[in-house]
Design a protein around this ligand. Structure first.
Ligand SMILES: [Zn+2]
Length: 196
């Protein structure tokens, strides 16, 4: 589950334990002891959280060897027709494929086929953030990875992940992590040294 920690494990576990249907289609949970995976809203017995693994798609769960639950049918795309879930899923897919480009909220909304206002509302409702914030988190996660695994400087990294100026990258990074990109790299580099 790389690059996608916009939902924390705690949030997903909370949604699972409360059978929260707003997350249907957003993630799936699988239970090690039964080998079965479900939608968050499934009314089957709440599993022990130690046995639960989360997946972003039914395909991922199946590839990991889990079978779909007969009760909530997570293998069917949307058993109860939910147009908002389609919009949400399309938006997430679009952002995941296009975050490296200079793409605005307007571009995202018009690609998905709704107004920016409408999309912001749906997204905020179900994901707790706007598409723009979601894209920012994906970019910053990628930036962290590049800072720790490559020699690129902040400017190069900022451009690689879709920022048009170093200051907008810097501000977004600071907003999300509390550090500047170079501070972040320095802290983690010294951590590694200390542990070696
Ligand atoms: Zn189920």
């Amino acid at each position: 589950m790389t690059n996608q920690n916009y939902l924390s494990k705690e949030m997903m576990w909370k949604a699972t334990a409360s059978c929260d249907a707003t997350y249907d289609g957003v993630f799936f949970y699988a239970v090690k002891t039964t080998g079965i995976y479900c939608r968050p809203s499934c009314k089957s017995r709440i599993p022990n959280d130690k046995n639960v693994t989360f997946f972003w798609s039914a395909d991922d769960a199946q590839r990991a060897g889990y079978r779909p639950c007969k009760r909530c049918r997570p293998d069917l795309r949307f058993p109860k027709y939910d147009p908002l879930a389609f919009i949400l899923e399309d938006t997430i897919q679009l952002i995941k494929t296009c975050y490296k480009q200079n793409i605005s909220s307007h571009d995202i909304a018009s690609n998905v086929g709704v107004s920016r206002f409408h999309l912001n509302r749906i997204f905020k409702d179900r994901m707790g953030c706007t598409p723009r914030m979601y894209m920012e988190r994906i970019r910053i996660n990628k930036a962290k990875e590049l800072l720790l695994t490559t020699e690129y400087n902040s400017t190069q990294i900022g451009y690689q992940i879709g920022y048009q100026s170093i200051s907008s990258f810097y501000n977004a990074f600071k907003r999300n992590t509390g550090f500047s990109p170079s501070q972040f790299r320095a802290i983690h580099a010294s951590n590694t040294l200390n542990h070696d």
